[in-house]
Write a protein that binds this ligand. Structure first.
Ligand SMILES: Cc1cc2nc3c(=O)[nH]c(=O)nc-3n(C[C@H](O)[C@H](O)[C@H](O)COP(=O)(O)O)c2cc1C
Length: 174
């Protein structure tokens, strides 16, 4: 499946988990990776909107890969959505650029899976934390795949990274 991966991490030099996941998907067939901070640093005003929109052409699956920071998207990912998913392109009377594509969120979190449960500290699941992505996908006519979340992902061991790799390979096999 032709896949576009949008990666964002505000502190690339301190990233272990997302950097490893990015490396894993980079080698997969049919996958194009665009790392927002590699392309634009942390400048939220300089997106090459035409190039970013063109990256969706012919793509069937769009993956957003980012760490959970304060139970939210990264600043550059939010700014990217504001700039690139423009009215008239992403939605509106003729905005069909994203219609029927699949959105898959791959995220890492420092907390445990239990924390992300109804009985856990935040009384919320990862699905609920990711509601803005789900809502955005459905709003523009995309399908929303079950997110892949890696918990306790702070400074992951080699064994843990290998498990992450296995999960990614299984989910992206088609
Ligand atoms: C500023 C900041 C905020 C964070 N907020 C959360 C959070 O809200 N929930 C959580 O589970 N982990 C949180 N973490 C932990 C990160 O999600 C975790 O370290 C990261 O996903 C691991 O990936 P990385 O090695 O690529 O940074 C936070 C980390 C930082 C630096």
């Amino acid at each position: 499946m032709k896949t576009l991966v949008i990666v964002s991490h505000p502190y690339p030099d301190r990233s272990n988990a997302i950097k490893s996941l990015e490396n894993i998907v980079q080698g997969l067939p049919g996958v194009t990776v665009r790392n927002l901070e590699s392309l634009y640093g942390d400048d939220m005003t300089q997106f090459d909107v035409a190039a970013e929109q063109a990256a969706y052409e012919g793509v069937e699956r769009v993956i957003f890969m980012f760490p959970i920071h304060w139970f939210n998207l990264t600043p550059m990912l939010k700014a990217y959505l504001n700039a690139v998913w423009s009215y008239g392109w992403a939605f509106g009377p003729e905005g069909i650029a994203l219609k029927n594509k699949e959105m898959l969120v791959i995220t890492t979190a420092g907390a445990t899976q239990f924390t992300y449960s109804k009985d856990g500290l935040i009384n919320s699941t990862i699905d609920e934390v990711l509601t803005p992505m789900k809502s955005s996908a459905l709003y523009v006519g995309m399908t929303y795949a079950e997110p892949i979340a890696f918990y306790e992902a702070m400074a992951p061991s080699v064994e843990k990274l290998n498990k992450f790799k296995q999960v990614i390979h299984e989910r992206l096999a088609d």
